[in-house]
Design a binder for this molecule. Structure first.
Ligand code: GDP
Length: 427
């Protein structure tokens, strides 16, 4: 049975939740590998509509073990809230496990996130203020608190004492904010530990054993490749690795165990927060995509920036991830367009370029070179076979596949599981 990594191939919000929910039907394990509760999946299934932030989208299937890997940073308050929300709606969460090695988003990370964004003024990154960046920074600085620490009183006290000695200086002396009381955070953290203890496990062993048993394993990403800390549009990026390489790292599986890397592309482009976006549409077409697509963040409610499909970024994404297949989502949002455009190349200093410049100022200067194609102006949500799509829609999908350099296996034409066209089976 395969191990499949499911990767947001653009700037996030591609509709990964729906695809994971669909594929999880036959999976034994779904493991989330990066990000924190700054991400948000919306899943629509026969039990209703669910907004998930930390819990993997396999949670709706009783046979599926859902793991939150050590590449994720966990806000315990938010995880407990999500468990309660799912339980209230009749979803069994006994199969949910969180890595003892995952780092904890502490209350001071959230304070730090807000204060740092304020201090950046006009260069703010546009973070979700959830403390994710500071939690990853502390992980790298080796002053982080891990989920396993919450279960060990002595270890917790010593780790918190060390962390707060630094944090309080930063909060009070640099940001002129009030400091954090050790006892208060200690008590709160112990409480979190008690409430979460039944879910805490060595998830890397669980997943490795599952792979050895030849079970089907899905690795669920959050955000998207262009927001990766290393390969994304730095500094307007997230602090983790939403890539295929990050998937292995974030759950503790060797890269050689990955059989499939499935890209999730939206049929157009959206982006939240700052940073260059060559195909952004600041006109009525952008507004139309936004309104038809209800392009507002599941976590923040912020309006997403909308534009045409950027095949230059998509090819780059393909190269850094080695996708073995792709799902194209939200094709139906383009149903109303008279014409559709695809950015096939960029123009920079009068020259055509086909790669994404690493220098953000240069990327901001790139002008999209569009291919314009006729739209289909026909609803597609009821279509279930590729050959039943309007010809113009088929041509659009095939052209994207050509430009990305990757087979499109699935086309999604609506939010629910059934609103999906299987063009070519995945495995
Ligand atoms: P994710 O974080 O990548 O899972 O993406 P989001 O949950 O932020 O956004 C995807 C949204 O699109 C969710 O509300 C989904 O229910 C919805 N969705 C997924 N696929 C489709 C599709 O093909 N068409 C439409 N109209 N909605 C979709």
């Amino acid at each position: 049975m395969p191990v499949i990594a499911i990767i947001g191939a653009q700037w996030g919000d591609e509709g990964k939740g729906k695809i994971v929910d669909m594929l999880a039907e036959t999976a034994n394990v779904v493991a989330r590998f990066s990000g924190g509760d700054n991400a948000g999946h919306t899943v629509v299934n026969p039990a209703g509509e669910f907004k998930l932030h930390l819990v993997p989208a396999g949670i709706f299937y009783p046979q599926c073990r859902c793991l939150i890997g050590h590449g994720v940073v966990v806000n315990p308050e938010s995880l407990l809230g999500e468990i309660a929300y799912l339980s209230e709606r009749g979803v069994d969460t006994r199969n949910l496990f969180v890595s003892d090695r995952a780092h904890v988003v502490m209350p001071y990370h959230i304070m730090q996130d807000r204060l740092e964004e304020q201090a950046r003024q006009n260069s703010a990154i546009g973070t979700t203020h959830k403390g994710i960046g500071p939690a990853y920074a502390d992980k790298a600085a080796r002053v982080g608190i891990r989920v396993g620490d919450l279960l060990d009183e002595d270890l917790l006290r010593s780790r918190l004492t060390m962390a707060l000695a630094l944090k309080n200086q930063l909060l009070t002396q640099v940001h002129k904010a009030s400091g954090i009381d050790l006892e208060q955070v200690f008590e709160q953290s112990l409480e979190w530990g008690k409430k979460l203890s039944r879910h805490v496990a060595d998830t890397s062993v669980m997943i490795q054993e599952s792979v050895e048993r030849d079970e089907m394993v899905l690795l669920e990403g959050a955000q998207g490749v262009m927001l990766d800390l290393d390969v994304g549009t730095y500094p307007y990026v997230t602090s983790s690795h939403p890539t295929a390489a990050g998937a292995c790292l974030g759950v503790g599986l060797p890269p050689t165990r990955l059989q499939h890397v499935l890209a999730i592309f939206k049929a157009y482009t959206t982006r939240v927060g700052g940073g260059p976006m060559p195909t952004e549409l600041l006109d009525e077409i952008g507004d139309l995509i936004c309104e038809r697509g209800n392009e507002y963040g599941a976590t923040t409610g912020r309006r997403r920036r909308c534009g045409w499909f950027d095949a230059v970024a998509a090819r780059y994404s393909m190269r850094v991830n080695g996708f073995t297949g792709a799902a194209l989502t939200r094709l139906d949002i383009l149903d109303a367009m008279r014409t559709v455009k695809v950015c096939a190349a960029y123009k920079l200093d009068g020259k055509i370029i086909e790669s994404v410049p690493g220098d953000l100022a240069r990327l901001a200067e790139c002008q999209p070179v569009y291919e314009e194609m006729p739209g289909w102006e026909t609803p597609t949500s009821d279509v279930r076979r590729f050959e039943d799509l309007p010809e113009a829609a088929q041509r659009y999908v095939l052209r994207l596949s050509e430009l990305i350099g990757c087979t499109i296996n699935l086309v999604s034409v609506g939010a629910s599981r059934s609103e999906t066209i299987i063009v070519k089976s995945l495995v």
